[in-house]
Design a protein. Structure first.
Length: 363
């Protein structure tokens, strides 16, 4: 068995139709792997993938454990692989109902998820562990905000407590600009965080009991149009300080499973701040694949207790499939790779998504 050959049957637990397509492309690179999907969405794009052998619909109205067990038996699943929170929750509730022949990859426990998915709890945990933590306030009441806002250095970022991909983040230069905006949000829904000048450096990992089994590190190849959105062009590069900070934090949590950590490298002193964590497969997963690390495959190997050496990722530049052609032409350099080539290996899901975007929205 090699990294590109793995004769096992995998049942993928879809994430409400999101992120599974990237996981499927990664697993589609593996000869001998038989991939099946269980989803709570009738027609996720991944259902159209040429790499998916069978599709099974999950219903919230039926017994969850029974449905999971039936899907495992129908597919001959040897590994059940959750894409994100839906699958993690399902396995937390129903893992004892799985057939004895089924293995699970390292999975984050509910208490670990609670620590990293709430940005305020994350900031408090970092500070408690003695790691660099950005000054952060939880918005509770306008009275409290006015009293505590002096603890922050402006400018600040207003962020939803949960969620990712930069959605809902707003920057404010002064308290006078921030306070009226706060009044429009319900208590407990947002944090206020001092802005750290510098650059974003992201670290993706697969861990078992806090030990990193595989990782990649990436940063923006050029400034984003939207400073908080997902990159369209990435550079993969070694960064010992980021890796050291990530190792300390995930080691302290005894983290299990995959995660994508957003960190900020302070331009003033080089300190590394962890600012957000996605405890699931991430938007730029295929970029890690292009750099030489197939995280979904490694998770399957870990599930079956098949040993593997920590893979070294390549220092490449990667353009995502939706990168505008003009940007691709002007920014391309020798050795660059594009997600378009990976997307074309499995075009049907992308075509379905395009069709849905072009459909007129119902009023």
């Amino acid at each position: 068995m090699t990294s590109d050959t793995c004769k096992i049957s995998v049942l993928l637990l879809d994430q409400h139709g999101h992120f599974s397509q990237n996981v499927t492309v990664c697993l589609g690179k593996v000869r001998g792997l038989r991939l099946h999907v269980l989803s709570d969405v009738p027609w996720p794009a991944v259902r159209m993938s040429r790499f998916v052998r069978s599709f099974h619909l999950f219903s919230a109205r039926r017994d969850a454990a029974e449905q999971l067990n039936q899907a495992c038996r129908a597919t001959g699943a040897e590994v059940v692989l959750p894409v994100g929170e839906f699958g993690l929750d399902l396995l937390t509730r129903c893992r004892t109902a799985l057939p004895a022949s089924v293995s699970l990859p390292p999975l984050a426990a509910p208490e670990q998820l609670a620590t990293v998915t709430d940005k305020f709890i994350l900031a408090e945990k970092l500070a408690a562990l003695g790691l660099p933590a950005v000054a952060t306030l939880l918005f509770t009441t306008m009275t409290a905000a006015r009293a505590e806002i002096s603890r922050l250095t402006f400018p600040v970022l207003l962020k939803p407590v949960t969620g990712g991909a930069g959605l809902g983040i707003r920057r404010f230069e002064t308290p006078d600009a921030l306070l009226p905006a706060l009044a429009t949000f319900p208590p407990g829904s947002h944090i206020i965080q001092s802005f750290v000048p510098g650059r974003d450096v992201d670290c993706s990992v697969l861990c078992r009991d806090g030990k990193i089994l595989a990782h990649t590190i990436q940063t923006s190849h050029h400034p984003r149009r939207d400073p908080y959105a997902v990159d369209t062009a990435l550079r993969f590069l070694p960064h010992p300080a980021v890796l050291a900070t990530v190792e300390k934090f995930l080691g302290a949590l005894r983290w299990n499973g995959v995660a994508h950590l957003d960190t900020r490298e302070d331009a003033r002193d080089g300190r590394i701040y962890i600012v957000d964590i996605a405890a699931r497969y991430w938007e730029t997963l295929t970029a890690s694949l292009a750099a030489g690390v197939n995280f979904p495959l490694l998770a399957c190997l870990a599930a079956r207790n098949i040993p593997f050496a920590p893979p070294a990722f390549q220092p490449i530049t990667f353009f995502v499939a939706k990168t505008p052609l003009r940007e691709l032409i002007t920014q391309w350099s020798p050795g660059s790779q594009t997600g378009l080539a990976l997307s074309l290996t499995d075009p049907a899901p992308r075509l379905l998504n395009l069709y849905r975007r072009l459909l007129p929205r119902k009023a």
